[in-house]
Ligand binder design. Structure first.
Ligand code: SAH
Length: 347
């Protein structure tokens, strides 16, 4: 799944929305320095240059991470690189196929929550899909088959794009589904092209959430849906300016291994979407529904096959595996939230 850059400069951005103005920080650490550096707009060009370098380093780190780890993930977990959706409090130890079903259920629950599959007319109108941060294309192939639609997936990892195209060809879907290396923050598509804009567990990698949302809004067609399913931190309460230091420390450790910039909350996403005059903006916290996922991943990593594959895969995978307990801790302590945020572009 995810891994890490050794992040290191702290860039604060503020952006204004219709309903409120809020601050979000972007956190990177340069591999050469462990000291945090705060850059603000007052530092002008220096800050911009530092942010650009950090963004480039992050992109490279993400690409290398997924180049290295995707084969291992596919071998053990298959082609969906996202959490499963489970009934809350389900304590059953599922078989491998049970977890795969839970990953498919995540896709189905997301479509239902967004209102895509509860409206026959809307479902029929889904002809073009973009899968933003597509992994090895599990969602794209599933969605294209389900809706009889075309899907284009983008990823930073050339290894993933190649593998996703090979799998599409093997499943006789190459005429419907294709994958390419492209940046979600600068998508190579014209405005209003897609009826469904799908981002399953890629938003947490985006160093500029405002730009990310701008791009999703730009490429969605009038009347189309945007579905963002992503790792968030908890919403801040009224008057609270930032997470507690211990909470931030926990997230920083996860960022280091999983190549993530600073996190934001579901409220932050909602505010960003509100600033674009979108309709039906909805969000939910599905943290309870994903709780069995990481313990299951750890259990598979600890099997003989899992351990051998991990060692073969390399340091990034090993570091990723060692960070998994921190994800469980983050969920248990309520710092990490598994969020879904959806909306519709007006006709
Ligand atoms: N959505 C997929 C994979 C999730 S893993 C699934 O559910 O199976 C995260 C994915 O986000 C990876 O494919 C990674 O390359 C992609 N990603 C991260 N940052 C990106 C960016 N800036 N542009 C495009 N893809 C990005």
């Amino acid at each position: 799944m995810k891994a890490a850059l050794a992040p290191s400069s702290l860039t604060s951005l503020s952006y204004r929305t219709n309903s409120s103005s809020f601050r979000s920080s972007l956190l990177f650490r340069s591999p050469s320095s462990s000291a945090s550096m705060t850059t603000t707009t007052t530092r002008g060009n220096v800050a911009v240059a530092a942010a650009a370098t950090s963004t480039e380093a992050l992109r490279k780190g993400i690409a290398e991470f997924y180049n290295e780890t995707s084969g291992l993930w596919e071998e053990i977990w298959g082609d969906h690189m996202h959490h499963g959706f489970y009934d809350p409090d389900s304590s059953v130890q599922l078989s491998d196929s049970g977890h795969r079903e839970a990953q498919i259920r995540m896709i189905e629950e997301s479509l239902r929550f967004a209102g895509v599959t509860t409206d026959e007319e809307e479902e029929k109108n889904i002809k073009k899909i973009v899968d933003v941060g597509c992994g090895i294309g599990g969602s794209s192939r599933y969605l294209a088959s389900k809706f009889g639609a075309e899907s284009i997936g983008i990823t930073l990892s050339p290894v993933q794009a190649n593998r996703a195209n090979d799998l599409a060809a093997a499943q006789s879907l190459a005429h419907k589904v294709s994958f390419q290396v492209a940046d979600a923050l600068d998508q190579p598509f014209e405005d209003g092209k897609f009826d469904l804009v799908w981002s399953m567990e890629s938003g947490e990698h985006m160093p500029d959430k405002a730009k990310f949302v701008n791009e999703l809004v730009r490429v969605v067609a009038p009347g189309g849906r945007i579905i963002i399913v992503t790792w968030c931190h908890r919403n801040l309460s009224a008057g609270e300016k930032a997470l507690q230091p211990w909470e931030q420390n926990l997230l920083d450790k996860i960022c280091k291994t999983f190549y993530l910039p600073a996190w934001c909350s579901t409220d932050d996403y909602v505010h960003l979407l509100q600033s674009h005059s979108l309709q039906d903006i909805k969000c939910a916290d599905w943290s309870e529904n994903v709780a069995p996922f990481w313990p299951a991943v750890i259990r598979t990593a600890l099997t003989w096959k899992g351990l051998v594959s991990l060692l073969r895969s390399g340091m990034k995978s090993i570091k990723g595996a060692l960070t998994m307990p921190l994800m469980i801790e983050g969920y248990k302590k309520g710092v990490i939230k598994f969020g879904i945020i959806t909306c519709r572009k007006p006709l």
